[in-house]
Design a protein around this ligand. Structure first.
Ligand code: CAA
Length: 390
């Protein structure tokens, strides 16, 4: 590793207390389970408990990183989300407080649909370039919520991914250049007055594929690596089959054969966690990276391609190289436990949680104790969200 390397030093994720298996959703709405398991590539989706939200998941994801590395050098926290809880205050300030981070830090929230964690990562890399002793905590945290009985319902989920960005990273060195793409499209959006997203499903898939082309074209023009140099590709995964669609599209665009075996080799290990968690918006591509590092054979020195997409739309293609010794830093057992220890719920409980929202009349409210995570959203009091360790 060159001494000017900057990248992801640690990576940890957290998800929710509850899980809804797609078999339960299929039994309710009469859908052939093949559509969910094979057609969109999803087995289950994480469902937040009444006392969980983007802050509790973000703090749960970041706590093991702070426990391992300490907080002294963390002078910046960037929280990326598209399911924000306040129009003014960054959710990251609550996380900063729950984790006991030093007051000598800046905290900010970033938004551009599912893309913004990548903007946060690039911002973090810029800060570390300026001062190599500086470490940045980047957290992506989201709850994906569509209307009940809509086509989007099967592509919900929730999770947070936390990354420590530093010089001489232990996991993945992030490279220059990036390929960038922005187009003003209305494929998926959520006006401030809505709790669920609006989406044009087919338009969103084609907007994503256009963005793959655009970001790759710019990446190539900026002098990036050739397609054949990558051993795996982490795509944003609104549902895991989308990563396969995107990679097939990229291979075709570059004039390569879209061989099924080759696509599976490049993608399969990145989808293990997302197939069980569902869409975690900003966190999804970084859960894909965790899945790849945790589940693939040795990737030392290998190049990984990243395609980050956020509806609306902005996309970025960039490369990372896996650092020797990375395996000793992985959190495989904790990641698998986060998935297997979720509690399956029936359709009635899922519907109750989906329809539940904190009162917006300014009244006070106590949340029932449900989470098994380290932090909980305890109450709303005097227009303030009250968080506490569990
Ligand atoms: N067995 C096997 N496969 C089956 C099947 C069966 N019994 N029945 C259907 N299928 C297949 C279909 O052939 C189809 O596969 P292809 O796409 O390869 O043709 C797949 O299952 C899905 O079937 P439909 O297209 O009929 O499904 P749908 O109309 O219910 O919509 C969806 C699917 C558009 C993804 C919808 O769930 C949705 O709107 N989701 C939210 C939007 C979304 O995720 N968009 C992705 C791009 S946008 C983005 O990435 C940002 C973001 O995070 C939201």
């Amino acid at each position: 590793m060159t001494s000017d390397a900057i990248g992801i030093h640690d990576l940890s994720f957290a998800t929710t207390r509850f899980v809804l298996p797609h078999t339960t959703l299929a039994d309710h709405n009469g859908t052939d389970i093949g559509k969910y398991h094979t057609g969109i590539g999803q087995r289950s989706m994480s469902v937040p408990a009444a006392d969980e939200d983007i802050v509790t998941m973000a703090a749960a994801a970041a706590a093991p990183i702070v426990a391992r590395h300490g907080a002294d050098q963390i002078r910046t926290v960037v929280l990326a989300t598209e399911s924000s809880i306040d129009q003014a205050k960054s959710a990251g300030v609550y996380v900063h407080s729950l984790l006991g981070l030093p007051s000598s830090a800046r905290v900010v929230e970033m938004k551009q649909a599912c893309y913004s964690a990548t903007a946060a990562l690039q911002f973090a890399i810029g800060l570390v370039h300026r001062d190599r002793s500086h470490r940045v905590l980047v957290i992506a945290s989201d709850v994906s919520r569509y209307e009940l009985d809509s086509p989007g319902e099967a592509t919900q989920g929730a999770a947070a991914a936390a990354m420590l960005v530093s010089a001489d990273p232990a996991l993945v060195q992030i490279e220059d250049p990036s390929g960038l793409f922005t187009a003003d499209v209305m494929d998926f959006w959520r006006p401030n007055y809505r709790a669920t997203a609006l989406v044009d499903g087919k338009e969103s898939i084609s907007a994503y594929l256009q963005a793959v082309e655009g970001a790759w074209k710019d990446y190539a023009e900026q002098g990036g690596r050739a397609l054949g140099e990558f051993s795996a590709f982490c795509y944003h995964q609104p549902f895991t089959k989308m990563a396969y669609k995107a990679h097939r599209h990229l291979l075709g665009y570059c004039g390569h054969d879209a061989d099924k075996g080759e696509i599976a080799r490049a993608i399969a290990d990145t989808t293990t966690y997302n197939a069980d968690i569902g869409n975690s918006y900003t966190a999804s591509m970084y859960l894909g990276l965790a899945s790849l590092l945790d589940n693939a054979d040795d990737l030392t020195h290998q190049a990984i391609g990243f395609l980050s997409y956020g509806s609306g739309s902005v996309a970025e293609f960039f490369a990372g190289t896996v650092v020797p010794g990375y395996r000793s830093q992985l959190r495989v057992a904790a990641h698998r436990d986060a998935i297997t220890q979720r509690h399956p719920i029936d359709y009635a409980k899922y519907r109750e949680l989906h329809e539940q929202s904190f009162p917006d009349d300014g009244g006070d409210y106590s949340a029932p104790r449900e989470t098994a995570g380290p932090y909980r959203l305890a109450a709303l009091s005097g227009h303030k969200r009250i968080y506490e360790p569990r």
